[in-house]
Design a protein around this ligand. Sequence first.
Ligand code: GAL
Length: 416
Amino acid sequence: MKPIRHLLAAIGLSFVLSPAHAGQVEVLHWWTSGGEAKAMGVLKEMMEEQGHTWKDFAVAGGGGEAAMTVLKTRAVSGNPPAAAQIKGHDIQEWAKLGFLTNLDDVAKEEKWDQVLPPIVSDIMKYEGHYVAVPVNVHRVNWLWVNPDVFKKVGVEVPHTWDEFFEVADKIKAAGIIPLAHGGQAWQDATVFEAVALAELGPKDYTAAFVNHDMDVLSGPKMVEALTKFHKIRDYIDPNAVGRDWNVATKMVINGDAAMQIMGDWAKGEFTAADKVAGKDYECVPAPGTEGSFTFNIDSLAMFKLNNEANEKAQMDLARTILRPKFQTIFNKAKGSIPVRTDVDMASFDDCAKASMKAFKATAENGGLVPSMAHGMATTSAVQGQIFDVITNFFNTKDADPEATAKQLASAVQSAL
Ligand code: GAL
């Protein structure tokens, strides 16, 4: 049967359903927390301003595991959304399967090659063609701090893991939860990669999680990282199991907990609660990672569609995302920094300014590393193996770090 649009067009009624350029964009994402939803609302509004219809396809679950499962079902049944939040290596995998559309025309018009750092544009291209649009750059290796709690207990913000444990003991003794945490595999992995980065340094971090060097994965530094990571269990509360990351952030906002290790989407929650960086909360690099930057680039990959108006809307979506206006408003709400390096940062908060500075500096000095926990370092198959080992280890009382390091290496090997 012919689509109804064609039948109407045949009798001259096409304008009824598709006025010259209005189309619909269906966008799959997992941005459902307060800050995330506000940020996504900016894109919806800008698309509606252009006359398009926004169809929200939100699948809750930080880190996006649930969203990816739903996306697979939709795509396999031949009905993908116009755009989906797909990141890093997964972009290549979807493109290889032939699902993604070519964005080169928009990219050329908008000069994406000139405004994006190559480390970003490379991830967005498959065989040299743009198939996804980057939205932002998140720094993952942050420690979020409630300064009132620190003042009350009389301790200083930690910059190394030794300092962290010292300070955490005192906070705990004062009856406050030292570290807000959500016991979900991706959150365990987010904390673990921060500890691993501190212990391994950027070079060995890359050797382990990007190049899968078996000696580094099972070596003494990894054993030490696992040992420290396991010790963190003593400083989280028993209700952490299954807790969402934004609920953990709320604990820091309220002063129920002193700190959280989380990417700067946590800042979106502080912002949504009208909290001011440097006054109501502080951001410092996760202990021992001062000179490094773990990056997590969000991006929307665009699927092949078969409706002209919707295709046009899809290209407008791609164009809008990289315009400086969207980059500014969206990233202020999301907690991230613009992915274009030419956006004026004057109106951003201190954490965002610090993040942009660190992003640029680490790109020069080798401290810029991709986040394993957020799909930037390796394939989802390897990532899944790492998540399993790490989360089991963290959730087992007397787990053995040495045996776990060996297990980590063989789990990675099994997915290569
Ligand atoms: C990450 C995503 C971030 C943030 C976080 C929690 O994977 O890149 O933008 O939304 O999940 O949902």
